[in-house]
Write a protein that binds this ligand. Sequence first.
Ligand SMILES: [Zn+2]
Length: 474
Amino acid sequence: MIECFENRVQTNRDPFVIGIYFGNQKPNNLDFLQDFVNEVRLLERDGVLYQGTAISVALSAVVCDAPARAFIRSSKGHTGFFSCHKCQQKGVTYQGRMTFPESDAPARSPARLDSETFDELNDDQHFNGFSPFTLLSVGMVTQFPHDYMHVVCLGVVRKLLYFWMRKPLHTRIGTAVIKEVSAELLKYHSYLPTEFNRKPRALSDFERWKATELRSFLLYTGPACLKGRVPTSIYDNFILLSVAMTILLSVNLVENKADYAHSLLMAFVNHCSKLYGREYIGYNMHALLHLSEETKKYGVLDNISCFPFENFLGQLKKMIRKPNKPLEQVIRRLSERQLKSNVYLRMESNLTMEHVSGPVPPELSVVRQFRRMTVQTFIIQVSTSNSCVELSGGKIVVVENIIVDNTGEAYVVFRAFQKVCSLYQYPLPSSEVGIYHLSALTSQLHYTLAANIKRKYVLLPIKDGFAGLPMLHQ
Ligand SMILES: [Zn+2]
């Protein structure tokens, strides 16, 4: 487990190591947290002195999967009757599974040591015993948010694929559809932007899909490749989840539409119960009903997701090349990497891949041309998969060239889509969340300041044009 201190307004989301432990099995007690808790108590009291300025330090959130959360909070595991750490619902055993059929159980109070609700920590239906986190100024309910990587991607999305491919029998989509959808997914290989580190695999491989692949399917490829291929009831149910997550991951939507996203997730869980069976409304399905609440405290769900930590853990694992002295190997590799990254940062440039081949609008006094630029956290490149962006004002365009003029200003030369409509209409016209069916790319070239690029789009080929979906993950 890696903990990371972060400011609420997150400027640096890269995890860094503050402690690594190893052993032959998972720890069976919480002794390993003692050093961490002691240090945080000191930091909470004294803060840190940085270049003569006193900076206060507070733990923002503890992000982990359900078993780890239950372990470090000393609370019931996710198969327990009172396992939900956000509400007081008692689970119901149905067909041999623990289910959570209610959607409006009373919330748990924040439960922290210095609050009036300390009594809740004595709730032995939920807590098993003492957690060292109760010694800190941390809300045992509010500051242990649900993580959408585990709950949604690895939990609910994988479960939906299971419903379509395995059982129940009445919701299986059939071999011909599986082949057709898989062919579409494989076709998207050359269309997914550089920021996607895994290309789509066939549906038949779904049990081996990683969390990032399940996220891509939920937010980008699924809405495009399932449309018109699976029964409407299945598609509409999937889109409820897809739209809700699009909202909760969009910086520009989350503030005003979080309550709407919650209503979509309520409808999704309700439909799942009817479509697939109430025995499947387990811990992860229930946790969906608490997600929009997290965004009111933390902003978009990416601010509290395990994705950066899982990615970093993967990098740490690759640093171990032989079985003996694993910790020494990791520390050595981390030190080497720190040196390299400092060199890299000095060499990094915003504009790269210089060329002289145009196209160039006659009105611009061109000094230099480039094929690639970095904007905010994403890469724009004159290529099939990295050139679609939204400009300020909402126009969706394809970048054809990047130009610097004689005043040093950077411009993008682009072509725009003339036909822009919603990709789907249920539960709302998808254009309201920035998802479009795009066609008729104009032949005429236009240009605008590169500073007018608002965000990058994923462009996937579909019947009569393209599906255009805003890139949400960071
Ligand atoms: Zn709950």
